[in-house]
Design a protein around this ligand. Structure first.
Ligand SMILES: Nc1ncnc2c1ncn2[C@@H]1O[C@H](COP(=O)(O)OP(=O)(O)OP(=O)(O)O)[C@@H](O)[C@H]1O
Ligand SMILES: [Mg+2]
Length: 339
């Protein structure tokens, strides 16, 4: 059944580890290892972005998880991958790592098909799964040693990452706290300076300080040229690290926009205290999220309705008023709600 659904069977610990470090078990037709820089240059010279998705469709039986998706992630770019639970984010990331096969459409990572050329593609992919499972009886240090021995780059940044995240190295994975297990996965994903980083809810379980450290590490990876696709429900984190957001709903891209562009088009948050009931305000086009607390009304209006808002306010007895561009979190919420 799993095969029918395009899934692979559960991985034994050793295979699990290989998957974690971005390395599939090598087959007889495994292509040779190549430096990431040559891969990036090669892919770019062919007019391809490091992560390219075209018309991707992925169905599990009758459930369509991804329904015709296009996506590009450029070198040095962090794309925040948003969407409600079940939208298809993890499925896309798993197709990009080659652990799931596309039902239709195509994906390429560094110019390679990650399913058919997994071993070569995984040389340069740092992947942090959303459901991180680690072999329980290795210490963090042993686990990272195994990872290091299998990567093209043995982990130039390992010591710095361990120090930055405060990861205890000599504790068995089974005895690590959830957040510290997550840090093992983060170090494993980042330590070899991969050209492509695929991070599925990377701050899950991290304390606020570690979240901040991770945000800095992700930005640093992008600044040295990595293409980063990061799924998250933590809107503040996306605001901090992403250059662009792609929002998926029911397997389809419903919004794709630069963060600066989003900020520039953000609706305005209005707080007003009126003497009367303020019914006229309710007719301002695009008014959303109305809440009232006594005489105080709070809501948002799109920029293009500011004129209509002023006209409506002019006919009211206004006691107090503030109008400011909505913060990004409010904007994201509107996207989630389907505006
Ligand atoms: N292995 C599977 N077998 C069957 N259905 C699956 C499988 N994996 C995912 N799905 C379905 O595909 C859809 C997309 O799931 P996916 O995990 O990609 O969503 P998501 O956007 O990552 O959600 P979340 O924010 O909760 O992590 C859901 O309807 C889910 O139930
Ligand atoms: Mg998910």
């Amino acid at each position: 059944m799993r095969r029918l659904l395009g899934m692979r069977p559960p991985l034994a610990p050793d295979r699990l580890l290989r998957r974690l470090v971005g390395e599939r078990v090598l087959g007889p037709d495994t292509p040779g290892r190549e430096a990431p820089s040559s891969r990036v240059v090669e892919a770019e010279s062919e007019g391809m972005t490091p992560v390219q998705v075209r018309g991707l469709r992925k169905a599990f039986g009758t459930t369509v998880a991804v329904d015709g998706m296009d996506l590009d992630v450029c070198p040095g770019e962090v794309v925040g991958f948003l969407g409600p639970n079940g939208a298809g984010k993890t499925t896309v990331l798993r197709v990009l790592t080659g652990s799931l096969r596309a039902t239709a459409g195509s994906v390429s990572v560094l110019g390679l098909d990650p399913f058919r050329q997994a071993a070569a593609a995984h040389q340069d992919i740092g992947y942090l799964p959303g459901d991180l499972r680690l072999p329980p009886h290795l210490t963090a240090a042993q686990l990272l040693d195994v990872c290091a021995g299998r990567r093209r780059d043995p982990g130039a940044d390992r010591a710095a990452l361990v120090a930055a995240l405060g990861l205890p190295l000599d504790v068995e994975v089974a005895a690590l706290s959830k957040g510290n297990r997550q840090k093992v996965g983060i170090v494993a994903a980042l330590m070899s300076r991969p050209a492509v980083l695929l991070l599925d809810e990377p701050t899950s379980g991290l304390d606020p300080l570690a979240q901040e450290v991770l945000e800095g590490l992700v930005r640093a990876a992008a600044d040295r040229g990595a293409a980063v696709l990061l799924s998250s429900h933590v809107l503040r984190e996306v605001d901090q690290v992403a250059d662009r957001v792609v929002m998926l709903r029911s397997g389809r891209v419903v919004a794709s926009s630069g963060l600066d562009e989003l900020r520039a088009t953000a609706p305005h948050a209005v707080e007003v205290v009126l003497e009367g009931p303020g019914d006229r305000l309710l007719h301002v086009p695009g008014l959303r999220g109305l809440t009232t607390a006594g005489p105080r009304m709070s809501f948002t209006v799109p920029r293009e309705s500011l004129g209509a808002l002023v006209t409506a306010l002019a006919a009211e007895q206004v006691q107090d008023l503030s109008i400011a561009p909505a913060d990004l979190e409010t904007l994201f919420r509107h996207l989630y709600e389907g505006s």
